[in-house]
Design a protein around this ligand. Structure first.
Ligand SMILES: *Cc1c(COP(=O)(O)O)cnc(C)c1O
Length: 465
């Protein structure tokens, strides 16, 4: 595949697994359980494929972790990092200094962002971006003379990161249980999950109803205490929850009615995933702040930040003084150079137009055909995200017993068949690279169908279907 030589540094798979399980505490992982099976060691990537240390070639159906949107092994991105490293490997942005790529990138991002957003605050990750959001919106309301507006409203089953504020904004009880979260003045409403909660409503009616839960919460808390609402245009880690088309415009109407800031966490949706530069553009809303990270560098360098709308940005700048917040590596010149090259490639290769006009439609037609499978309760796609639900009974939407971990069974068969799918409970999800060919979509979906068949056979053998 690539030219990289000796990717195992002369070690066997077992030796790397031994180092890994003895010394590496993995994120979101049961270390004891992992030590028993051993990690799968990924050694190479090229295009949409990754390869493990045993030589298995696997379609990277999750684009790494929602970030390698341009595929693996792009020389242009490596060259951009190399050149910038030799030019200026690092300098900080704290004390009235800047660097060329950081300034250029902020200008580029302002150019592709919605037109009312012209400033960027850099972080190293999406989690830090959302921590920044919490501090920035509270700072804004302080400057506006309404310091009592401190509460941020988020949603159950949202994912906004793993730092104290990011995990608090996230709506996952398994995260809140560990570490005494959420921190004060963060609260949650129900998610717009039509398949589970829509009952006999139309999607459009359900979208309005789900947005209405925000209005109820604002009225319960008192509008003068609410600083902002935050949501992912499409919930990613929660299992690719695609809201009905009516949801976001109604959320925006409610935010404006009560003067509540609207924050779009675009860490997944940003930079083309839904066939638009940002997910909010697909849904037709104009947020006050956008969090970004992941795909801004196609995953080749850790970089994130907050795009600041002029309503907030003008106040921070005109009335502000110091914003006492920032990260050493903010505006890292190498990361910014890689991001600039990522944006250049997205533009020059018309990647987002390709997703919008061609690729996403093809993915939808192929992926939705999986709905005829006896295990599949529903399929949903938008742009280059897709999800399906594994059910015991399609007609009654009966779930499998949770203890069966049916998603993990399916995930195992996917890996073995040569495609990465992520399991979120009994939802199986993908977010493949934006640079796939149509034939590669067909190849991927055929492997998913094969994995569903193998999952069905295993469940049948165990007497579960
Ligand atoms: C991944 C993710 C984050 C956190 O980003 P990190 O870079 O992992 O800190 C925040 N929000 C969303 C929507 C994400 O998908």
């Amino acid at each position: 595949m690539t030219e990289a030589r000796n990717p195992m540094a002369g070690l066997t798979t077992a030796a790397v697994q031994a180092q890994d399980s003895a010394h590496y505490l993995h994120p979101f992982t049961d270390t004891k359980a992992l030590a028993e099976t051993g990690s799968r060691i990924i050694v190479r990537g090229e295009g949409i494929y990754i390869e493990d240390s045993e030589g298995h070639r696997i379609i990277d159906g999750m684009s790494g972790l929602w970030n390698v949107n341009l595929g693996h092994g792009r020389r242009e991105l490596a060259d951009a990092a190399f050149k910038q490293t030799m030019q200026l490997s690092f300098y900080n942005s704290f004390f009235q200094t800047s660097n060329v790529p950081a300034a250029q990138l902020a200008s580029e991002i302002a150019g592709v962002a919605p037109s009312h957003m012209s400033r960027v605050f850099y972080t190293n990750s999406g989690s830090e971006g959302n921590d920044t959001v919490v501090r920035m919106v509270r700072r804004y309301w302080d400057l506006m003379g309404q310091p009592q507006r401190k509460i941020l409203i988020s949603r159950h089953n949202a994912y906004h990161g793993s730092t104290m504020a990011g995990a608090s904004l996230s709506g996952m009880s398994s995260m809140h249980e560990q570490g005494g979260l959420p921190i004060p003045d963060i609260t949650h409403i129900q998610q717009p999950y039509f398949y589970e909660l829509g009952q006999d409503m139309t999607p459009e009616a359900f979208g309005l109803k789900a947005a209405g839960w925000l209005e109820e919460k604002i009225l319960e808390l008192g509008a003068d205490r609410v600083a902002a609402f935050i949501g992912e245009p499409v919930q990613g880690a929660g299992g690719v929850i695609i809201p009905p088309s009516t949801y976001w415009p109604e959320i925006q109407r409610i935010c404006r009615k009560y003067g509540v800031l609207l924050v779009s966490d675009e860490v997944i949706c940003g930079f083309g995933r839904l066939g638009t530069w940002f997910g909010c553009q697909h849904f037709g809303v104009q947020p006050d702040l956008i969090t970004f990270a992941k795909a801004v560098t196609s995953g080749y360098f850790p970089l994130g930040g907050v795009i600041v709308g002029d309503k907030v940005g003008d106040v921070l700048v005109e009335k502000g003084g110091d914003f006492n917040h920032g990260f050493t590596n903010a505006g890292h010149p190498v990361g910014c150079a890689v991001a600039l090259e990522t944006i250049r490639l997205l533009k020059e290769e018309h990647v987002i137009e390709y997703v919008h006009d061609t690729l996403a439609l093809h993915l939808a037609s192929r992926f939705n055909a999986l709905a005829d499978h006896p295990l599949v309760g529903v399929t949903e796609t938008l742009g280059m995200v897709a999800g399906l639900v594994l059910v015991k009974d399609k007609a009654t939407r009966k779930h499998f017993d949770e203890s069966l971990s049916v998603g993990m069974i399916c995930r195992k068969h996917c890996f073995a068949s040569g495609v990465v799918m992520r399991a979120v409970g009994d939802r199986m999800i993908i977010a493949p690279p934006l640079v796939m060919s149509l034939a590669q979509v067909d190849e991927m979906v055929a492997l998913i169908r094969k994995s569903l068949d193998l999952t069905y056979a295993e469940l049948q053998a165990g007497g579960h279907v």
